[in-house]
Design a protein around this ligand. Sequence first.
Ligand SMILES: Nc1ncnc2c1ncn2[C@@H]1O[C@H](COP(=O)(O)OP(=O)(O)OP(=O)(O)O)[C@@H](O)[C@H]1O
Ligand SMILES: [Mg+2]
Length: 275
Amino acid sequence: MSNVVFELRDVYFSYLGKFEALCGVDIAIEKGKKVSVIGANGSGKSTLLHLLDGLIFADKGSVKFQGKELSERDFNDEDFSRNFRRSVGLVFQDPDIQLFCPTVKEDIIFGPLQLGIEKEEIKKRLDELVTILNIGDLLNRPPHELSIGEKRKVALASSLIINPDVLLLDEPTAGLDPLTTRHIMDLLISANASGKTIITSTHDLHIVEEISDLVYVFSHEKKIAKFGQVDLILEDIELLEANNLAHIHSHRHKDKIHIHPHVHLGHHPEEENLR
Ligand SMILES: Nc1ncnc2c1ncn2[C@@H]1O[C@H](COP(=O)(O)OP(=O)(O)OP(=O)(O)O)[C@@H](O)[C@H]1O
Ligand SMILES: [Mg+2]
């Protein structure tokens, strides 16, 4: 059996038929891999994740999930839809889209209840996630009152509680403090170690190395500029600059102005110094 979870061939998508968002994208994602999608604002990363989550459908080209073409019609079938939602989970870039219940707890358990997961099992998973994400104090609060980082953790919990095989993460660490980012990275890495496929959209080059076997760089033309092993991508400064992922940094040093490419990398200060 093929190991490919998602396979996209020459996929085009535009919003309302006029705002182009994906312009001829080819992607193949194998089971159990960590894949990241990086690129400038508006390059199509969120659109890709929404497409993989079956929220929108290609105008042209083919999108296969586990070897089967995905179409809007499939999602009208309740069994198919439930199985797909159990297998694939998306954490939205904007947590407000995901959180709509009166309390955080209701929001987190909404998905698994809808999918018919046993109440005992839901409770067990909820307790685990509350501990890992340190969100016990938030459970009875209305989601709209939370800070952005708190909302992001709750949105993450509401996807992880379903325990999907494939996790789609749209900028999961944006706006999080360094320690929370670390916890979430550890959570995602351990989910991957237990066999889950992880597909992450991000601008944060700090996390790319850890969460990627393979990186796809989306271009301003809303297609793939380059893909490859993480090292190959991160050392291509020209590519990163051309796609707004590194910027030319100018600063005054004594009487001279220095200009050099500035990449937001480096878990270690000495690594940053080398660039
Ligand atoms: N609901 C929408 N209606 C119309 N156009 C849209 C809509 N959502 C996205 N677009 C357009 O589609 C293109 C791709 O947007 P998308 O949100 O996928 O980019 P992105 O790479 O995720 O950007 P960011 O880094 O800012 O999150 C953009 O040009 C955007 O303006
Ligand atoms: Mg986006």
